[in-house]
Design a protein around this ligand. Structure first.
Ligand code: A1D88
Length: 571
């Protein structure tokens, strides 16, 4: 087994260590599932031969336990909706849950030694063990964040969690996706004990040697932990949303919310096998909806890739030669001026601000070391609203592209984050890029926004298409998928038209993915759409119903995506 190593200690306890080579986190990929299946097979065979281990401890060789199902695989799951039958999807999606049930039914006691974060399928694995001991560490997070990606915990999580912690906390965790700390997990009954990190395995071995095999719900006298609520209650749906802080709007837009509530009500009072079957049926239906695929792609896969690529490209610069800050307000000019005056760093400081309150007005750039008075005094650069680079260079003959820089402080228009980012670009490039980034608006930290922009070269977008989108998308109160659709599609068409005009055939997958990412995180385009291009793709496939479809379709030229080879399956 490549991903799991097994060692049996002197007491006959088997310690299985999950450790995927070359990956920062353990995840349930096909290969990891195959290895877990092989481990279970082996214990079943040994048991049949009268050679059962005294117990099984499952832990991780990484600093975290398991970060859940492999989300790249989950994205493949979603793509099955185009070609596979319902039963084929059911068989594949439920495979991990079935493995966990086999693990739970082993006739040897099993304990999870949770040494670090256990999210999604990672917590589901721990919950399928007969006991759990968790490292007493501030880095512990135990949670089921699937709802945040439009998914549900489909390996028994919707059924086991409330059976451990009760209906109220279980419902809350399932619907808000927030994890528990180690202390909270102990207090709630999710884990049975905490141990110092260095004593974790010893504590798990001791626990497994002192316990009997079997899950608590496989005994005749099992009852749900005390809770003043039951999933069978008539008003359970509205109570569940309230307890988790899910608004009526979000529960309408995000099918995962209803799907999870249906798992809770459908599994209530049933045997664990029957309850898991309910969950697995609902999981197939949920994955048949494009929203889950959209969200996994935009909110995890594209986001992680963009951040990673961007960070990889950021050079190390020991001492920036110049700094630029955008914005002349309370958070811009004042603190920056102070910093300039107090700084002992031998560097240039530039302040860029609009010449008037009109966002399309010229951008004036001042050298703060020279100009201490009003902004309009002798700007070193005067950039027009279109920011053509040639124009910048023309207007600033003294500043060539070779001028090295730089650190850049970006203040968002909302004024909140102040972030310094380093770059090997010229002063001019940094200023242009900073100005465009400053249009990102609220809803995303400047650091995130900047790294995402850098990764996919999206500074271009902030000033043009995305900026156009920002206000309507932000004020758009879509409460229902069908109701908000005309406006969303209109906005999506704007982006599409702009993109086609600007990039034509030179657009690539990374750029297209980045546009969706930027729209979702930069201007709060609704997450369930996956961004404007994913929204159009859903629409094209007939996965969004809208009565004005014909009129809108007439405006579309779908050749665009085909010409560019944009992979619909990846959307
Ligand atoms: C039915 C469904 C069941 C499920 O289990 S769905 C999955 C539920 N789990 C989650 O939603 C957790 C997803 N992961 C995260 O939220 C974060 O990641 C962490 C909190 C675990 C770590 O955050 P940070 O330290 O900032 O690292 P990073 O840059 O996000 O990720 C580092 C590398 O780890 C990969 N990774 C993490 N979790 C998963 C996953 N669940 N599936 C696939 N890859 C994962 C990333 O992609 C990336 O990889 P690279 O370095 O190669 O780019």
């Amino acid at each position: 087994m490549k991903n799991i190593t097994v060692a049996t200690n002197a007491s006959g306890v088997m310690v299985a260590t999950l450790d995927m080579p070359g990956r920062p986190f353990n995840v349930f990929s096909e290969a990891m599932m195959a290895d877990l299946a092989a481990l279970i097979d082996q214990i079943e065979r040994d048991t049949a031969a009268g050679n059962a281990p005294a117990g099984l401890v499952i832990t991780s060789g990484k600093s975290s336990f398991v970060a859940g199902a492999d989300l790249a695989m989950i994205q493949d799951f979603g793509a099955m909706r185009f070609s596979a039958t319902w039963q084929e999807m059911r068989d594949r999606y439920s495979y991990l849950g079935q493995l966990f049930r086999r693990l739970e039914k082993l006739p040897v006691p099993t304990v999870a030694a949770v040494n670090g974060l256990a999210l999604g399928g990672g917590l589901e694995l721990a919950m399928a063990c007969h006991g759990r001991v968790c490292a007493d560490s501030k880095y512990i997070q135990l949670g089921l964040p699937e709802v945040l990606l439009g998914l549900l915990p489909g390996a028994g999580g919707t059924q086991r969690l409330p059976r451990y912690v009760g209906t109220e906390l279980g419902t809350k965790m399932l619907l808000d996706g927030k994890p528990l700390t180690a202390d909270q997990a102990l207090a709630s009954g999710l884990v049975d004990a905490l141990a110092a990190p260095e004593e974790l395995i010893a504590a798990a071995v001791e626990m497994v040697l002192g316990m009997k095999a079997g899950a608590r719900w496989d005994t005749a006298d099992f009852s749900m932990p005390d809770s003043d609520r039951s999933a069978a209650d008539e008003d359970f749906r509205s109570w569940a949303c309230e307890v988790a802080g899910v608004s009526a709007r979000d529960s309408n837009l995000y099918p995962a919310v209803d799907a999870i509530i249906n798992c809770l009500t459908g599994g209530h009072g049933k045997s664990i096998d029957a309850a898991c079957n309910v969950e697995w049926d609902i999981f197939v239906d949920l994955m048949s909806d494009p929203v889950s695929s959209n969200m996994v792609t935009t909110c995890f896969l594209s986001k992680t890739a963009a951040t990673k690529n961007s960070l990889a490209g950021v050079p190390e610069i020991a001492a920036p030669a110049s700094f630029a800050v955008i914005g002349g307000g309370d958070l811009g000019k004042k603190p920056f001026k102070k910093m300039t005056q107090e700084s002992e760093v031998d560097a240039d400081f530039y302040l860029a601000d609009l010449a008037s309150s009109d966002v399309r007005a010229d951008l004036l750039v001042q050298d703060l070391r020279v100009t201490q008075s009003a902004l309009s005094d002798k700007p070193v650069l005067r950039l027009s609203g279109t920011f053509a680079e040639s124009e910048v260079l023309e207007l600033a003959p003294g500043k060539s592209a070779e001028d090295t820089a730089l650190a850049m402080a970006v203040l968002q228009r909302s004024g909140k984050p102040i972030v310094v980012s380093r770059s090997a670009k010229s002063v001019n490039e940094v200023l242009i890029s900073a100005m465009r980034s400053a249009y990102a608006g609220a809803g995303v930290s400047a650091q995130n926004f900047y790294t995402q922009c850098e990764a996919v070269g999206l500074e271009w977008l902030a000033q043009t298409a995305i900026e156009e989108l920002a206000e309507p998308a932000r004020s758009l109160q879509v409460t229902d998928r069908a109701l908000g659709l005309p406006l969303l599609l209109g906005l999506s068409l704007d982006v599409y038209a702009w993109l086609k005009n600007e990039f034509g055939d030179s657009a690539n997958d990374a750029l297209l993915a980045g546009i969706d990412l930027l729209a979702v995180y930069g201007v709060e385009f609704p997450k369930w759409t996956g961004g404007p291009l994913s929204c159009l793709t859903m629409f094209q496939r007939g996965e969004l119903k809208y009565s004005g479809a014909q009129a809108l379709l007439a405006q579309l030229e779908w050749r665009f995506k085909n010409e560019l080879g944009y992979k619909l399956a990846a959307a």
